[in-house]
Design a protein around this ligand. Structure first.
Ligand code: NAD
Length: 395
């Protein structure tokens, strides 16, 4: 079939296997052309490893430290008539590149929140890898079934206390308009914390420790975001912000469990990048478009792979630099005063008419399509393409 993007808002229902492989290869090349990082784990478990920050967190240790990696994700397999989700193709490309270099690289496709998938990962670690010395938790999910009660929780992106109106971009029509979002109910706040907070991260660490498959001295990292004040009502002070606070509280508890065995746990505050998760947050795509323009002009721009490479290089070695709250801050360049001042000034002025002058909306769109394997150099998008790609999955 000929595979073209089918997008609506922040959703793209097709993905290009050759394009996704080219995107993965770009990230591998980035790692190979960077100096080896200070932190070189050997056996890595990445939960949420198929796209965005989790995929980068798998690529960096594999291709800089020749680490064995077990990836967990929830992706759609292809059929003869329908493409797979991008994360499936990314993982297939990652695995074949890793295996070609003699690296262990297997994956589990299923619900990471469930007990069954945790046990499957533990079984595989016992059988094939040996204890893991690094666990990256990089899930972004709209829902979670609590493994104890069976109750289903849905996350939402809403302000707390009062409704919030702010500039926003309609990415389909390239229109700057305004969005008004009603305040979350108590139940929506609790549900978002259940899905995107740190409960499941801690359950993973507990399960790995109980099974004896977490190496002494292991490091675990999960990701958060803070961003500028203009997004705080929808992010930091909103439902997702409450979940991220919970992630930090869980981090403290996990640290308490790992430290007696020489281990470490961190929340890393990362930069805003275009991913499937971030494109679904109101206001954020317009902010990212403006941010990218300034960061590219200043030569400060990084995407997931640049961020995670820097995290392994500068922030996970011995005595890692952290902020007062003990967090890793690889959002330092985004949050630089001059960068934020320029973004705030553009934010005040931005309209549909000057969108392309004041922001890198084109870069945003290119980046979004790239998530699904479209717009990569050297890929013949007019050619017939077989959507089938196999993945070595632990069943
Ligand atoms: P993403 O959408 O690119 O990746 C999400 C991953 O989670 C995928 O691998 C997906 O398969 C997996 N997943 C979702 N539900 C699952 C389930 N039930 N079981 C197994 N796997 C499941 O997201 P991302 O933007 O890379 O986000 C990862 C983390 O980074 C999140 O905690 C997010 O808050 C954080 N973060 C993102 C940004 C950003 O700008 N994108 C910035 C800072 C921090």
């Amino acid at each position: 079939m000929i595979i073209a993007p089918k997008t609506r808002g922040f959703i793209c229902t097709t993905a290009h296997p050759v394009g996704c492989a080219a995107h993965v290869q770009e990230q591998i090349d980035h790692v190979k052309s960077s100096p080896p990082p200070a932190y070189l784990p050997r056996n890595v478990l990445v939960i949420g490893s198929s796209t965005g920050y989790g995929l980068a967190s798998r690529i960096v240790p594999a291709f800089s430290a020749q680490a064995a990696t077990l990836g967990v994700f929830f992706e759609k397999a292809p059929t003869e008539r329908k493409t797979a989700s991008a994360g499936w193709y990314n993982s297939a490309a990652f695995q074949s590149a890793a295996v070609a270099e003699g690296l262990y690289a297997r994956s589990i496709n299923g619900d990471a929140f469930s007990r069954e998938i945790k046990q499957r990962a533990i079984g595989e670690i016992k059988a094939s890898m040996g204890p893991v010395d690094c666990v990256v938790y990089s899930l972004a999910s709209p829902r979670r079934t609590d493994p104890r009660s069976g109750e289903v929780y849905r996350s939402c992106l809403k302000p707390i206390g009062q409704s919030y109106s702010q500039k926003n971009i309609n990415t389909d029509k390239a229109l700057v308009d305004e969005v008004i979002i009603d305040a979350a109910s108590e139940e929506e706040i609790t549900s978002t914390v259940k899905v995107m907070g740190g409960e499941d991260w801690e359950l993973w660490i507990d399960a790995l420790m109980e099974a004896g498959v977490l190496a002494d001295g292991a490091t675990s990292v999960a990701y958060s975001y803070i961003g500028p004040q203009l997004t705080w009502p929808i992010y930091r002070d909103g439902t997702i912000g409450m979940a991220k606070n919970h992630l930090e509280q869980s981090c403290a508890r996990i640290r308490g469990k790992l430290e007696p065995k020489g281990g470490r746990a961190f929340v890393s505050v990362n930069k805003a990048v275009v991913t499937q998760a971030s494109s679904a947050i109101p206001v954020v795509p317009l902010y990212i478009s403006i941010l990218f323009k300034k960061m590219k002009e200043e030569g400060l721009h990084e995407d997931c792979i640049g961020q995670i490479q820097r995290m392994f290089a500068d922030h996970l070695g011995d005595s890692p630099p952290c902020d007062k709250a003990g967090r890793i801050r690889i959002d330092d360049l985004e949050m630089r005063e001059d960068v934020q001042a320029a973004v705030a000034a553009a934010w005040e002025r931005i309209t549909t008419e000057n969108l392309r002058e004041l922001s890198d909306f084109e870069g945003y769109q290119d980046n979004f399509l790239k998530l699904f394997g479209f717009g990569l150099q050297g890929v013949d998008y007019g050619a017939e393409c077989d959507p089938m790609r196999s993945l070595d999955l632990v069943e």
